[in-house]
Design a protein around this ligand. Sequence first.
Ligand code: SF4
Ligand code: SF4
Length: 69
Amino acid sequence: MKGTINIDQERCKGCALCIEFCPKKVIKLSDRLNAKGYFVAAFDGGKECTGCGTCAVMCPEVAIEVMKS
Ligand code: SF4
Ligand code: SF4
């Protein structure tokens, strides 16, 4: 199964929980600041994401949407 995710940049607070728990390690902290001044998470690997949904479950800000394909 393949998947992709969308991270709502303005909801993200850069806590890195999604990064820590992604089994495929396809999320990274970017060097981009959002309007609140947080470095935001960025999806980094379309091919490896399985759409498992762990990142979305872990995100305390409900900033991640997972799409399976
Ligand atoms: S859906 Fe799973 S594999 Fe894809 S980015 Fe989230 S935790 Fe990682
Ligand atoms: S878990 Fe949510 S708030 Fe934390 S870095 Fe990931 S997307 Fe941002």
